[in-house]
Design a protein. Structure first.
Length: 285
């Protein structure tokens, strides 16, 4: 591990931050969207990097934190759209590091939560490239918070499950035990579930979940374009289709959704609705 430090000033007291050395790759989470949710370690890395390789779900305002002269490379992967292969991205990271660059790999959310960060880190290990992991706030936590929905709440749930709505082949993951999930997890948070939401909700109801169980769909979580649709398990697929909402989105199933009526801090006067609400633009600082 790199033990050198770098003094970094963001109008806070000086702290000793790690130095991003030549030939290293930092795999960092950029958070779910709002640039204010970026960690200090990620901010520090952005200002030191020679090259920043970023994903589709990284808010481009975050790239404004890059140091002068940094090369910015887009390497986004989006379902159903032309995207670089994961192997090509990993090879590119190795090549950049081997050429002596200080490389920042910036991924939406957290690199180790449905972000392929583990695959890229293993490629670096195989190539003998030193690296650092910088966690980020995943959308399944931060997105819910910005919608006024706790992922856990005493008296409602003692467990929460995070799952992806499609596998590496783009289909709903059959290897999941949907009956067990339906019976055993009071709150289910789903990434990349919009495409197969009709099938997924049916599987959960077949496993015993109530048709009237509350569901929230959070699109563009934490961003100024955030929209939240409140619905139920049986109406979810139809309501999404009629609302016109598009990915990226987080879908949460469980009684914690009902707390949004009181905890919707972004739109505190908004009544419950089956139509999507939209986050109001905040004034520039």
């Amino acid at each position: 591990m790199n033990h050198e430090t770098h003094l970094f000033d963001i109008s806070l007291p000086h702290f000793e931050f790690p130095v991003l050395e030549a030939g290293w790759v930092w795999l960092a989470g950029a958070g779910p969207g709002d640039p204010g949710l970026l960690s200090l370690h990620a901010l520090n890395g952005l200002q030191q990097a020679d090259v920043i390789v970023y994903d589709a779900l990284v808010d481009e305002r975050i790239l404004q934190f890059a140091g002068d002269g940094a090369e910015i490379i887009y390497a986004g992967k989006r379902g159903g759209k032309p995207s670089p292969k994961q192997s090509s991205i990993s090879i590119k990271l190795v090549e950049l590091a081997k050429s002596g660059k200080r490389v920042m790999r910036l991924k939406g959310g957290d690199p180790f939560v449905f972000g392929r960060g583990g695959e890229e880190a293993l490629a670096l290990v195989d190539a003998g490239v030193p690296f650092r992991i910088i966690p980020g706030i995943t959308a399944g936590i931060g997105g819910l918070a910005y919608a006024g929905i706790p992922s856990t709440h005493r008296g409602i749930n003692q467990a929460v499950t995070f799952l992806t709505g499609h596998d590496q082949n783009g289909v709903a993951p059959d290897e999941l035990d949907w009956d067990a999930l339906a019976k055993g997890s009071p709150v289910i948070v789903m990434y990349m579930a919009m495409k197969h939401i009709s099938l997924i909700t049916q599987k959960l109801m077949n496993g015993g979940r109530r048709a009237t169980e509350p569901v929230a769909v959070i699109c563009n979580a934490t961003q100024q374009t955030q929209q939240v649709l409140e619905t139920t398990l049986s109406s979810c697929a139809e309501d999404i289709a009629s609302s016109g909402l598009k990915p990226p989105a987080i879908v949460v199933v469980g009684e914690v959704v009902n707390l949004r009526e009181q905890l919707n801090w972004i739109e505190p006067t908004l009544a419950r609705t089956s139509q999507p609400s939209q986050m109001k633009e905040e004034p520039a600082l």
